[in-house]
Design a protein around this ligand. Sequence first.
Ligand SMILES: Nc1ncnc2c1ncn2[C@@H]1O[C@H](COP(=O)(O)OP(=O)(O)OP(=O)(O)O)[C@@H](O)[C@H]1O
Ligand SMILES: [Mg+2]
Length: 275
Amino acid sequence: MDKKTVGLSNDFKSSTAPKTFTKNPIKGTKLTIAISSAKGGVGKSTFAMNFALALKSLDLKVGILDADIYGPSLPRMMSINEKPKSEDGKSMVPIDKYGIQCMSIGFLVDEETPMIWRGPMVTSAIKTFAQKVLWNDLDFIVVDMPPGTGDTQLTFAQEIKVDGVIIVSTPQEVALSDVKRGIRMFDKLKVPILGLVDNMSFFESDDGKKYNIFGEGGVEKLATNYNKKFLGKIPIDIDLRVAADSGKPLVEENPNHKISKIFKEIALKTKGSFL
Ligand SMILES: Nc1ncnc2c1ncn2[C@@H]1O[C@H](COP(=O)(O)OP(=O)(O)OP(=O)(O)O)[C@@H](O)[C@H]1O
Ligand SMILES: [Mg+2]
């Protein structure tokens, strides 16, 4: 009997094959470090700004890429109100503030304009920031990630060369279960996790009494369980919050503050992992 076979054309096969990605390094920097957490509001942006300034204090050249397209924090936290310049209409010059090269979608739209964008537009904005910004001779770019495990995280994990991720969390249970998701995502996508940071770790009153408002030791325990480094604890501190709101991060405003010293220790550990 005549046996009929249905062959798939090569075009069809290649158009339906799983997509392979190439990871391009961000131009103009030696290393890219992402600051992430699956949960919102745990202090990623506050950490990212102060950590970047702490790296700068170690005589490194540093940039901050605000990858939070829907809720950019960089313009307010670094007090930047100007728009980036472009000489050729294609590339953009990052804005220099406190000696840090900065880029954010917030420089291009005003503060109250909502970003009503679908995923592919977010991915394209992120790629533009990675490839079309004239980052100049940096040692580190610190990427402030949005919360979650969505399009932005995937774009960074698959299409941009990320040298390491620092995961920030607060110590309460609801945050920790999200951290586990974040760890698994980066492990699965083979992005190295540099370590975990316990933010809003405790509150110390003026009489020196410590209050573990969100619980105690959870982030460190999680780091041990998942075989990751624990990078440090940052307490709840009003000076840190006020400085973030005022547009001059604490590490810049008061480099000798005890919290600034914690950021510098974490920066030193990070530098030590690479340079
Ligand atoms: N250790 C801390 N002590 C006191 N306030 C803090 C601390 N860390 C962060 N904050 C404050 O908590 C608020 C949320 O922080 P931040 O915006 O950095 O979080 P986020 O994780 O980036 O949020 P999102 O997920 O929305 O991007 C800010 O007002 C910030 O000043
Ligand atoms: Mg943020």
